[in-house]
Ligand binder design. Structure first.
Ligand code: NAD
Length: 484
């Protein structure tokens, strides 16, 4: 009898079209409402990490360019933006939000091409949330006195904002929307590997007829960021990025009178109790670490599981991991896209080796990876010692370290045993346990029976080496205002 052919469960490719997308071969600096060539004449490439092909040449801003951008922001602040009635400012911000919604597909595709994230993420999370932040803060612009009763509120002046590569458009929105609503002008520095959506946003601001100089976009790497931070005429620095650079910025701004908020790294624990809805928790763990390639500051990169359900959770996790689709970020079926850059893949690979060297058991599902581009299979480490580097350091990749606990106190102690304090997750069917943990975990954001959920009304930020200050919600306004 002929042998039965095994069923091929692989999904048929469903790539999102690129036809509606315009990426210019070269982008200049957006200063004073105009596209300006960099004074140094230097450019760098931004590439698609899924195929290693160049997407565009990007201008590199030096100190003189940053100075011109800060001057343009100051002029716009003094002459237009701080004088404009708040309700008028709000109209511009609403217009930005609406235009972003209209162009959502183009922004989502460019975000996935430039950063490597799956289109499902950029389409369903990054772009809608970015628009939601502009809508939300537009509503606050003429109600600032009600946000801080009994205080007199005034803008700070020029804000220098430096953002990372993992949520390029969303981080720009997190920073721009409250700054503009409060009456500040901005010099924004996107990350060097993902500048495109910030530059497309600058085009959108022109279309929205935002007055010249209210937002300036300067592209470049760390030196450009440092020039923004160090500029003497910047009143406020908002930084999202690594803890190492955050510490440098804290030192650089100390004693300068500049207001500073830092959103830094994380090493979140997802805590699963035996009474948790296990299938739901497994989906939450997967969502918390593997989607967006683990390039998430608040990723649930440590799993603390109650010993009695360890085997069940791990079995179900492995089963679910085998169905994750790794590959083309533009394919709508893709769960895990490309690692953002070659450097980041080298970092992740270093941690995979360190995990094995420290005695943990590595599990990766067998899956085909594309020949070109930067890829990492979803990875699980079992039997991880508390002292292992993979349990302590931020990896920023799709790598989960599993540990067990027996008591609530042990779970709290292990979860807090990290220099970071950005986020955590708790899975249990007991409300009392949730409230007990939320008061004892030193993390800025704690999700209960869910993970990685965001809303513009909700403040976000960290404890300890995860930084200080809050973005989002009413708290996010306070960072851009003088309150007397
Ligand atoms: P990074 O610190 O290397 O770079 C962030 C930004 O700072 C980039 O634009 C970079 O060009 C710029 N920069 C680099 N050196 C600088 C310097 N000396 N002065 C001023 N600017 C400088 O971080 P990254 O690798 O782009 O991003 C990943 C990190 O960001 C992770 O640690 C992650 O946890 C963190 N992150 C935190 C949050 C949060 O809200 N807490 C959100 C997203 C990312």
């Amino acid at each position: 009898m002929a042998k039965k052919k095994p069923i091929d469960w692989r999904l048929v490719p469903a790539p999102e079209s690129k036809d509606h997308v315009r990426i210019d071969p070269q982008y200049e600096l957006f200063v004073g409402g105009k596209w300006q060539k960099p004074k140094s004449g230097t450019y760098f490439d931004t590439i698609n990490p899924a195929n290693e092909q160049r997407l565009a040449r990007i201008a590199e801003a030096g100190e003189a360019d940053v100075d011109a951008a800060v001057k343009a922001a100051r002029k716009a602040y003094d002459t237009v933006w701080s004088r404009m009635p708040a309700a008028e400012r709000a109209k511009y911000i609403y217009r930005i939000a609406r235009l972003l919604q209209e162009k959502a597909r183009e922004f989502a595709v460019i975000e996935s091409m430039d950063g490597g994230k799956a289109i499902r993420e950029s389409r369903d999370v990054d772009v809608p949330l970015a628009a939601a932040h502009f809508f939300y803060y537009a509503g606050w612009a003429d109600k600032l006195n009600y946000a801080f009763p009994g205080k007199s509120v005034s803008p700070l002046g020029v804000a220098g904002q430096v953002i990372p590569w993992n949520f390029p458009l969303l981080m720009a929105a997190w920073k721009l929307a409250p700054a503009l609503a409060c009456g500040n002008t901005v010099v924004l520095k996107p990350a060097e590997t993902t500048p495109l959506t910030a530059l497309k946003l600058a085009e959108l601001l022109q279309e929205a007829e935002l007055p010249d100089g209210v937002v300036n976009v300067v592209t470049g790497a760390g030196a450009t960021g440092a020039a923004v931070v160090d500029h003497p005429d910047v009143n406020k620095v908002a930084f999202t990025g690594s803890t190492g650079v955050g510490k440098l910025i804290q030192r650089a701004t100390a004693g300068s009178g500049k207001k500073l908020t830092l959103e830094l790294g994380g090493k979140a624990a997802n805590i699963i109790f035996a009474d948790a809805p296990i299938d739901q928790a497994v989906e939450g763990i997967i969502n918390g670490i593997y989607f967006n390639q683990g390039h998430v500051c608040c990723a649930g990169s440590r799993l603390l599981v109650e010993e009695s359900v360890h085997d069940e959770v791990v079995r179900k996790l492995k089963h679910r991991m085998r169905s994750l689709v790794v590959g083309d970020p533009l394919d709508k079926n893709t769960d895990i896209g490309a690692i953002n850059s070659k450097e980041q893949l080298v970092t992740i690979t270093k941690y995979l080796k360190a995990g094995v060297a420290d005695g943990a058991e590595l599990y990766q599902p067998a899956c085909d990876l594309p020949a070109k581009g930067y890829w990492c299979r979803p990875t699980l480490f079992l039997d991880v010692a508390q002292s292992a580097r993979i349990a302590e350091e931020e990896i920023f990749g799709p790598v989960l370290a599993v540990q067990t606990f027996r008591t609530v106190d042990e779970a709290i102690q292990k979860a807090n045993n990290t220099p970071y304090g950005l986020s955590a997750g708790v899975w249990t069917d007991k409300g009392s346990k949730i409230f007990n943990l939320t008061s004892k975990l030193r993390a800025g954001v704690i999700w209960a029976n869910t993970y990685n959920k965001f809303d513009p009304t909700s403040p976000f930020g960290g404890y300890k080496e995860s930084g200080y200050g809050r973005e989002g919600g009413v708290h996010g306004l306070g960072a851009y205002l003088n309150l007397n």
